[in-house]
Structures are given as C-alpha cells and as structure tokens.
Design a protein around this ligand. Structure first.
Ligand SMILES: [Zn+2]
Length: 390
C-alpha cells in the first residue's frame, strides 16, 4: 500500500538523526562565534578601562580619551570580522550539504532506491548574503558597531552622572549582551520531545555519501568530524565563554526576566550575530532538503507548521501546502502578503519543517534506529550502495 514518504518510519527516524547531527554543527558554530566575540569583548573592556582611567571625577572625559575609546573599539571589531565571517559562511555551506545529503539518503531509505547521486554539484558556493538578501559581512559589522555605540553611550552617561571608575565599568558591562547558561544547546530544527528515540539494528546497507553525491571527500570528512566533535550536551556557554554572569552587590545573578516558576528565562540569543546565523542555518537546511528532493525526483515538498497558540498567520496558512502551491499563491491570492517565504523559516524563530510530497510502496519495515554517532559513522562507511536506479 502506498503511503507518504514523510510518514514512513525510515524517513522519520533518519531525518531525526539528520537534525541531531545538524544541531551539533550549529552548536559548534555558535561556540566558535562566542569564542571570537569573547576576545572582542575583552578588548572592548580593556579600551574602556583605559579611557575611564583618564577620567577625573567632577570633570568630563577628555576629548582625546573619548576618541581613543571609539577608535580602539572600532579596531577591535575590525579584527573580529574576518573570523566571524568565515565561521558563519562555512557553517552555512556545511549545513546545506549535510541537509541535502541526508535528505537524499532518507528518501532513498523510504523508497528503497538510491536517489542521491550528483547532489554535490548543486551545493551553494560560500554565501555572501543572508536569507533575506542582506550582506552577511555588513550585518556582522553593524552588530559589532552597535556594541561600540552602546559602550560609548554607557561611558558617557557614567561620566555625566559623575560616577567613579568602578561604577562606569559596571554600567558598561550591563550594556553588553548578556550571557545565560544552558544545560545543553536548545534545538532549533525540531523540538526535543518530537524526536522518536528508536533502538534496534543498524542501517541495512549504506553508501559512501561523499563519492556518490559528488561532494569533495575532504570537505565531507570535515563536516562529519565537525558534527561528531561538537558536544552540545556539555554546558554549552558557561560563564567563562563570554563573561561571568553579572551580579548585584549581594552576589545574586542579574537577569532580565523570570518565568512563572521564578526561573530565569532561558533565552538563548544574547547576540545578534548568533540569531542571524540560526535563521540562515534553518534556511540552508530547508533549501538543501528541497534541492535534494527535487534532484531525487520528488515532485514537491510540503510545508509542515507546528500549530499551537504561538503559530502566526504566515506559517499556519502554509501548513500542508506544497512549495509549488505556495509559489502559486504568492503570485495570485497572496500577492500583497508581507510574508514571502517559500521554504521555512518564514520569520525569526519559525519552527516549520519541510517533508517530501511523495509516496512509497515500500513496506515500512526498514528499521534504521541508529544513534547520532552511528549515523555520522554510517555516512563515512564504505558499505555497498542501496539498490541503485540503473
Ligand atoms: Zn513557521
């Protein structure tokens, strides 16, 4: 009996593993970005300390000290940009490749045919624009510039209020993006509980993805070892990663908001750059899925929204529609809609997914319950190919 590919156990299990490997890459990229930003912020604080040391209470900050501060922070930001940009863009390409390769493999599993060949040729070059079409480098520069302005604002205000050096430094730190601690990195592709844990047997025959998909061997190995190396179950951004949490005089950690139980709200994104990276990541994953499915001969992908009281209009009206249907409506009925998304994310923090709009006659007994480590090892295995098309 024919059933939608997206509802087969093999597809669901496989894509859940794919998401897990991708989340690991994501966590690794976030950690790398944190690292670079941490160095930047240390430099910023150094500049602030220098400027404030020139401050005599009861007087304004000397003009030369203000200039030095401004220039010092600006130079520190120039040093940070190349590393941030490189982490950002390489990660996006890796995400696309892993998403596309795994989608092809998941579809192959579901239909019992190998459909992934030649996908590597479709991989995007290093991207220079965000999914909304803005320059990535420009975005990073703006984010760092914003920190510079906030810091200078804080210093000027502290001087104006005739505060002492320590008070000004404290004011500056409060103006910086706040870091929160997490037991583990939050998932962005799929909610934790939605992932069905499955046990039992290994893959019934894999194929070496990189060869068959046309992705350079070295690049693929790097992606896989990255995914294996990242360990988001460790405390992800501990206090040492960027800053110690800011405390008041009684040693209580200062947090902006508490939830109903009085716990600090675990809001992940203190950083504009990380937020942006996450949105681009989700977009690259969905885009990679779509391209792989098209290449595999799947006629279309279906938009799947998580429907609850947080779902907005843009996502709920796309729920259950195919990519082609959405494209069609955007040209007609939805011509004047602000939301133009064809693949998720439709907006920041969009939780929508894509699944192939295709059916399979294959019995749903391909048990592929494997761990994330086994998944990535499988990707590197030289096991014989799934029954090929020809
Ligand atoms: Zn959505």
């Amino acid at each position: 009996m024919a059933r939608p590919i997206s509802q087969t156990r093999s597809y669901q299990t496989f894509t859940a593993l794919r998401d897990r490997a991708l989340e690991r890459l994501h966590a690794q990229a976030q950690a790398d970005i944190s690292q670079t930003l941490s160095v930047f912020l240390q430099a910023v604080l150094g500049e602030v300390a220098l400027a404030v040391s020139k401050h005599i209470q009861g007087e304004l900050l000397p003009v030369y000290a203000q200039r030095q501060l401004d220039e010092g922070i600006f130079k520190a930001s120039l040093r940070a940009v190349p590393a941030l940009l490189s982490t950002y863009t390489h990660f996006l390409r890796q995400s696309w490749i892993l998403a596309a390769a795994s989608e092809a493999a998941a579809i192959s599993r579901a239909i019992g045919e190998n459909v992934g060949e030649g996908i590597g040729a479709l991989a995007p070059k290093i991207l220079t624009q965000t999914f909304t079409g803005e320059s990535i480098q420009g975005r990073i520069q703006i984010a760092l510039d914003r920190v510079r302005r906030d810091v200078i604002d804080a210093v000027q205000l502290g001087v104006l209020m005739d505060e002492g050096q320590q008070a000004i430094l404290f004011r500056v730190r409060r103006a910086l993006p706040r870091v929160r601690q997490f037991a583990s990195a939050p998932r962005v592709l799929q909610k934790r509980r939605a992932i069905r844990e499955s046990s039992a047997g290994l893959l019934g025959g894999g194929f070496r993805l990189s060869n068959r998909l046309g992705i350079p061997e070295r690049e693929w190995d790097a992606i896989v070892s990255n995914a294996l190396a990242a360990n988001p179950t460790q405390p992800f951004r501990g206090p040492g990663t960027v800053f110690d949490p800011l405390k008041d005089e009684q040693g209580r950690i200062l947090v902006k908001d508490l939830d109903e139980e009085g716990e600090p709200i675990t809001e992940w994104y203190g950083w504009e750059i990380e937020q942006l990276l996450t949105q681009d990541f989700v977009h690259q994953v969905r885009q990679g899925q779509l391209e792989a499915a098209k290449k595999a001969g799947v006629r279309d992908m279906i938009w799947i929204a998580v429907i609850d009281d947080r779902t907005d209009d843009c996502c709920s009206k796309r729920d259950g529609l195919t990519t082609r249907e959405i494209e069609g409506r955007l040209k007609t009925n939805w011509k004047n809609d602000d939301c133009r998304a064809i693949v998720p994310p439709a907006h920041f923090n969009c939780r929508c997914r894509l699944a192939p709009d295709a059916e399979t006659e294959q019995p749903d007994d391909l048990d592929i319950g494997i761990s994330a480590e086994e998944f990535t090892r499988w990707a590197l295995s030289d096991a014989p190919a799934v029954r090929s098309r020809d």
